[in-house]
Write a new protein. Structure first.
Length: 249
């Protein structure tokens, strides 16, 4: 059965990466919750998608340029006054559940990795004793490898941008992943097909999808039988999977 990951806590249902989103996701029968982590200037780990504050908060400027006391006073848009969360706080929301943490390790402006950030996130997960329930993801292969090196054994996934897949081909992507010891790829949903899934599986790698946010795409990913996909509409994905399981019974 394909696993479902609630992307940013269900970003088309609730304000993304918010307490509202995570507490509602914690009540769903999804297998994973996906969220994003940036560093602050004073070494805290905050859960927010963009490297800047402008789109999702009432603040401005780069996340990493601010310290936590200032960030903690900002309001997440659409939440009625809630602030962004620290990684530790998100962990505690999901600790009582069976849901796996799918942690995207973010980078700064122009996709520049934050020095030591991936290792810091991995250490935090290890210290929280959640390694067995966590998966590290990232679009930069080096970032994924940094997290994995700090927190072995752990699940880790290389998220592949479509342009990378176009530039070097799926065979090239697979070869890089295998050479680096990455066990799973995450491809954008429009770059996935029966042939692509078969090729990745034939290489001994797991395969997942991302950007699966409408009913037609969700149905297609379920039909492809990928291992997992992220979705901003976990409600649609759960309903579609229930129908699929019932029809197969």
């Amino acid at each position: 059965m394909t696993d479902i990951a609630s992307h940013r806590g269900g970003a088309l249902l609730w304000p993304e990466n918010s307490r509202i989103a995570f507490e509602n996701t914690a009540k769903l029968p999804v297998e994973q919750v996906e969220f994003d982590v940036h560093p602050t200037r004073d070494g805290k780990l905050v859960v927010i998608h963009d490297d800047t504050l402008d789109r999702t908060t009432d603040g401005r400027g780069p996340v990493a340029a601010q310290e936590w006391p200032a960030l903690s006073k900002l309001v997440l848009k659409g939440t009625g006054g809630q602030r962004m969360l620290l990684l530790d706080e998100v962990i505690e929301i999901f600790r009582p559940t069976p849901i796996v943490l799918r942690i995207e390790i973010k980078c700064g402006a122009d996709r520049t990795p934050y020095p030591g950030h991936a290792a810091c996130v991995a250490r935090a997960i290890r210290q929280a004793k959640m390694l067995d329930r966590s998966v590290f993801t990232g679009f930069q292969l080096g970032t994924v490898l940094e997290a994995a090196a700090e927190a072995r054994p752990c699940g880790h996934v290389w998220l592949v941008l479509p342009q990378v897949q176009i530039d070097i081909g799926l065979a090239g992507v697979v070869a890089m992943a295998k050479g680096a010891g990455v066990p799973m790829l995450g491809l954008r949903q429009n770059m996935l097909s029966l042939e692509a899934v078969a090729a990745v599986r034939a290489a001994g790698l797991g395969i997942g999808g991302w950007a699966c946010n409408d009913a037609a795409t969700i149905d297609r990913l379920l039909a492809l039988k990928v291992d997992v996909f992220t979705t901003d509409r976990p409600d649609l994905a759960l309903a579609a999977r229930r129908v699929l399981v019932s029809s197969a019974a």
